[in-house]
Design a protein around this ligand. Structure first.
Ligand code: PLP
Length: 389
């Protein structure tokens, strides 16, 4: 197609006319079961009537005022996020990368505010993904993404997920440790609870900050509102975006009072961050997660989806080799090329997402039904069978 849009994505030859729950209808009226959810964004499916109503009501009141004024919707959302977590302060932005940038700035400022200006390095992990801005690219240190964009900012040490290496890497230059509790783009790698507990301990001992990037695995995706809840620890900083607005762009950095004490008037900002529309919607999303008992649904259907996928691994053992994940962020390891399988699944009306290391991601909306899960399994089974033809 001759497009004026910059060529940064390999796009499927399809456009969607409308969405309804877990289903999308293309311009040529084909139905697709959406197990991509806009890459973990549409956590309550498409066209949720209550979210639409909230959007409309807010849009008819006020869209944007700058952060030069107090924004009541922002105050309410920040209060709610704090009530539901370890956090005592929230900074609002518009995307995941921006949230991670904010987290990095907060960690460095925390150290410099205490007088440890030289403590400015952030430890990160192999196979991670933190966004596409220069600092977040530097954080993930993935050469596929940094190629051609030199100079990449320094101040990051990227290491394997290994307790001994981590312990040895911490130095008097370390400001904090940044990790995804479940790596998303990297191929759905859940970090063990023990590893998170270990990081917490190291951070306490060394007076450095524990930063959890939950842009993809937060907002109920793992069956808890925040994925670290599984491990019992409390981090110092958490980043959110993707699912927070269930389709409306909004990001947030959650921090403890202590971690954010260096952040003062003028330390950071965002013109659009925390606008009334995004904040009203995110508040409604959180309310719906509570009201519709979404987290129970995630855990119940996670069990079913993983069990059914494991059966398919047995049946198609020459094409797929394993299943891993937590809640409704599930990865299938492939033997055949993942993109060949997802292209065929697409043709069969099932939307899935590729991840690194030849993994296919299943990211259905969190309010998906059991019937829809079984429908996806049927389509995936057919897809794998059709690979032979
Ligand atoms: C998607 C993602 C980001 C980047 O989010 P954008 O909104 O695309 O900037 C950062 N961290 C993680 C873990 C992600 O999955």
């Amino acid at each position: 197609m001759n497009s004026s849009v910059m060529n940064t994505y390999n796009r499927y030859p399809v456009s969607f006319r409308e969405g309804n729950g877990a289903w999308l209808t293309s311009l040529d009226n084909k139905k697709f079961l959406d197990f991509s959810s806009g890459i973990a964004v549409n956590i309550l499916g498409h066209n949720h009537p209550e979210i639409n109503k909230t959007f409309e009501m807010q849009a008819n009141k006020i869209w944007h005022v700058s952060n030069l004024y107090t924004i009541p919707e922002q105050e309410l959302l920040a209060k709610k996020l704090c009530e539901l977590s370890f956090a005592e302060k929230v900074f609002f932005c518009n995307s995941g990368a921006e949230a991670v940038e904010g987290a990095i700035k907060i960690a460095r400022k925390f150290q410099s505010f205490k007088g440890s200006v030289e403590r400015n390095e952030i430890i990160t992990f192999k196979n991670s993904f933190h966004g596409r801005t220069l600092a977040t690219l530097a954080a993930a240190s993935n050469s596929l993404h940094t190629e051609g964009f030199n100079p990449i900012p320094d101040g990051f040490v990227n290491i394997p997920l290994d307790e001994n290496i981590l312990k040895k890497t911490i130095s008097d230059k370390t400001a904090g440790i940044l990790i995804e509790p479940v790596q998303g783009e990297g191929g759905i790698n859940p970090v063990s609870n023990e590893f998170l507990v270990f990081i917490r301990k190291l951070c306490d001992e060394n007076k450095i900050l524990m930063i959890l990037d939950q842009v993809q695995c937060g907002m109920g995706r793992t069956g808890k509102l925040f994925s670290h809840e599984w491990s019992g620890i409390e981090p110092d900083i958490v980043t959110l975006a993707k699912g927070l607005g269930a389709g409306f762009p909004i990001g947030a950095v959650l921090a403890s009072e202590e971690a954010s004490k260096g952040m003062q008037q003028g330390s950071h900002g965002s013109t659009f961050g925390g606008n009334p529309v995004g904040c009203s919607i995110a508040l409604k999303v959180i309310e719906l997660i509570e009201k519709e008992e979404i987290l129970n649904n995630v855990t119940r259907l996670s069990g079913i989806l993983i069990c059914e996928l494991e059966k398919l691994v047995e049946k198609h053992h020459n094409k797929i080799s394993g299943v891993r994940g937590k809640g409704l962020i599930i990865g299938v390891e492939c033997i055949e090329k993942n993109s060949v399988i997802t292209d065929l699944a697409f043709q069969n009306g099932l939307l899935l997402v590729n991840a690194a290391n030849n993994v296919i991601r299943f990211l259905p909306p969190l309010n998906i039904s059991e019937n829809e899960v079984m429908e996806a399994i049927k389509k995936f089974d057919e897809t794998l069978s059709n690979l032979d033809i």
